[in-house]
Unconditional design. Structure first.
Length: 420
């Protein structure tokens, strides 16, 4: 009980960022979570976290009792973060390093389990420590506002504050699918990445489940990795390396009859069965086939979310992370289209129509280096827009909700571009 006589609150009941992260990380009801109090009788404390800066404005869960680890949680890979976040973490990290943070009266989240219960049965960090076979003793986690497409990411550290891995936690159908897809992509890239022009990738350390959670753990990037600036030039050679994975260029094939078009058709039909706008997607795919069916194009792999904020440099090597949307058998040039479109929509807050114009311009500028003549550039642009709407629908259908930046505006532009 607290000094006022009230039981300490379990943050899993909260509707905010602290609530959804707590529910995702501590799903087992046998785990007791308390903020500002002690666990119930018969429970053993497993970990304590500072809730920074407050319960109502929580941004970090930082491990207490190990200043070097707390500092590392704030300072590791800070160069990869946006400037505002970097500054906040730097100040807190210095305070943590000298032990000040443990003395600041931040709210304390206490994690406890019934005495005698093996923590690996209920606590994700303990399970991962056993799975990795490393001296994983502490974890930290950033907190963002609730979003069904967000995944908590645990930073895992040993007792000396050395990063041991990063664990993404898929907690609903949408995020479980993304975590599982990224693990499969990194596993497939293990013998490809980092050679012959292909970007380096994080190494997959482990993939597991815990209850209904899907977890993928990747190795830390090299400490000297630096994020690409937002205006970094596009690298067509790297896009080709991703598309071909050290294989010779594939023979061009018509869009009509391709597995890619068959997949779009099937997904659009499924969308039509679930949402009213799905019928528009069916018409858009049919119009795409009418307009570009005879155009031949090379098909290959794509990263799926190729944007500057998912890319970095280590020495002279390009590094790419967040492979959650990677997949095979798409028209070569999709990553180029995605990069241009999302630099506009996300980086510049441009409306969809303006983003499509920038995508068209990027394909015209760099498409020749990918083997795309004007007809193929138009195919790639239009097919990518349909693919992007179907991704938006897949996430919504899996519980992530609609992206208001893309829906319904994207379908309107698709109809204009394809005549569907």
């Amino acid at each position: 009980m607290t000094a006022t006589g009230h039981a300490p609150a379990d943050p899993r009941s909260r509707p905010d960022g602290l609530g959804w992260v707590s529910r995702a990380l501590f799903a087992d009801e046998r785990v007791a979570l308390t903020v500002g109090g002690e666990p119930p009788p018969g429970y053993a404390v497993a970990a304590r976290y500072a809730v920074v800066p407050s319960v109502d404005r929580a941004r970090f869960l930082l491990p207490l009792g190990a200043p070097r680890v707390t500092a590392a949680a704030l300072l590791a890979y800070n160069a990869l973060r946006p400037a505002a976040t970097r500054a906040t973490r730097a100040v807190l990290g210095v305070a943590a390093r000298v032990g000040v943070l443990d003395r600041v009266p931040f709210p304390v989240l206490t994690v406890a389990v019934p005495a005698g219960l093996d923590p690996t049965e209920t606590l994700l960090v303990d399970r991962l420590a056993t799975l990795l076979g490393a001296d994983v003793r502490y974890a930290a986690c950033g907190i963002r506002p609730p979003d069904p497409n967000h995944k908590p990411t645990l930073q895992l550290f040993d007792g000396a504050g050395r990063p041991r891995g990063y664990a993404k936690v898929g907690w609903n159908p949408a995020t479980r699918t993304l975590v599982t897809a990224e693990a499969a992509a990194l596993r497939a890239l293990a013998g490809v990445a980092g050679s012959a022009g292909h970007p380096r990738t994080p190494r997959l350390l482990a993939q597991t489940t815990m209850g209904d959670r899907a977890i993928a753990v990747v190795a830390p990037l090299p400490a000297a990795t630096r994020r690409l600036p937002a205006g970094a030039a596009t690298d067509p050679a790297a896009l080709l390396a991703v598309a071909r994975r050290h294989r010779p260029p594939a023979a061009s094939r018509p869009l009509a009859g391709s597995p890619f078009l068959a997949r779009l058709t099937a997904q659009a039909r499924r969308a039509a069965a679930t949402v009213p706008d799905g019928a528009r997607a069916v018409r858009a795919v049919a119009a795409l086939a009418r307009r570009h069916g005879d155009v031949t194009v090379e098909f290959g792999y794509w990263h799926g979310d190729w944007v500057p904020w998912n890319l970095g440099r280590h020495g002279g090597d390009l590094v790419a992370w967040d492979w959650e949307h990677s997949g095979p058998d798409v028209p070569v040039g999709f990553d180029l289209a995605h990069d241009a479109f999302h630099r506009a929509v996300v980086g510049s807050a441009a409306p969809v129509a303006a983003a499509v114009s920038r995508t068209t311009a990027a394909l015209a500028r760099h498409g020749g280096q990918l083997g795309l003549d004007p007809a193929r550039q138009r195919l790639v642009r239009d097919a990518y827009l349909v693919e992007l709407w179907l991704r938006t629908w897949r996430l919504a259908d899996a519980g992530a909700g609609w992206n208001p930046r893309l829906h319904p505006a994207l379908l309107d532009v698709v109809a204009q571009q394809t005549g569907g």
